[in-house]
Design a protein around this ligand. Structure first.
Ligand SMILES: Nc1ncnc2c1ncn2[C@@H]1O[C@H](COP(=O)(O)OP(=O)(O)OP(=O)(O)O)[C@@H](O)[C@H]1O
Ligand SMILES: Nc1nc2c(c(=O)[nH]1)N=C(CO)CN2
Length: 173
């Protein structure tokens, strides 16, 4: 069994529909999903604001790579096009694998560029950590510490003001 934390983001087209389709696409694997946050673009500021959320998924006998395939499938279904000129540019749907745990709760750690775990930029991203805190308040990002500490220290703390909870949108199925 592996459990994974997936980050979902959208800033092109019908953002809510893209997030809802992604959550639907997780099917029986979905354990729970966070609230939705409107967030300032990170890494490349000249683009529309994102809607972000985080999902917790679980599946018997799934290796960590399974979650990367799931992420890529969901992005493809949302018609995501890669702009090689803009690494952090706009997209219909972005699904990142943030953290994967085995049966005993041990984190999967990998420096494979094809699947780096935990996600190498997650500790810098308020748009990942704040929604994650909604669903696992005592979670730890391996190598970086507790979420509740990360969101209270720079650089994440400085970016929290740019997040707005969208309580009018629910991704619960
Ligand atoms: N934990 C991970 N989650 C998702 N993709 C990963 C991960 N680790 C490595 N990758 C690789 O990163 C490559 C680029 O993925 P992608 O285009 O989604 O990046 P990005 O979303 O633009 O940037 P970022 O990963 O910083 O959010 C993919 O080919 C994928 O194999
Ligand atoms: N706020 C926000 N900014 C981003 C996001 C995202 O999901 N949310 N995804 C990116 C892809 O790497 C780049 N920047």
């Amino acid at each position: 069994m592996t459990a994974a934390v997936l980050s979902l983001g959208s800033n092109l087209g019908d953002r809510v529909a893209h997030l809802r389709d992604a959550v639907d696409g997780l099917g029986d694997s979905l354990l729970t999903v966070s609230g939705v946050y409107e967030t300032e673009p990170w890494g490349d500021t000249d683009q529309p604001r994102y809607l972000n959320a985080v999902a917790l998924v679980i599946r018997p006998d799934a290796p960590a790579e399974h979650w990367l395939r799931v992420a890529r499938d969901l992005e493809a279904r949302a018609g995501r096009e890669r702009d090689l000129e803009r690494r952090f540019g706009p997209r219909t749907l972005d699904v990142d694998v943030i953290d994967v745990r085995t049966d005993d709760g041990a984190p999967v750690v990998s420096d494979d560029p094809g699947l780096t775990l935990p996600h190498p930029r997650a500790h810098l991203r308020a748009f990942v950590l704040r929604p994650w805190l909604d669903i696992q308040p005592y979670a730890e990002l391996p190598g970086h510490g507790k979420l509740f500490d990360l969101v209270r220290t720079a650089p994440v703390a400085d970016d929290l003001a740019g997040l707005r909870a969208r309580d009018d949108i629910s991704l619960e199925t």
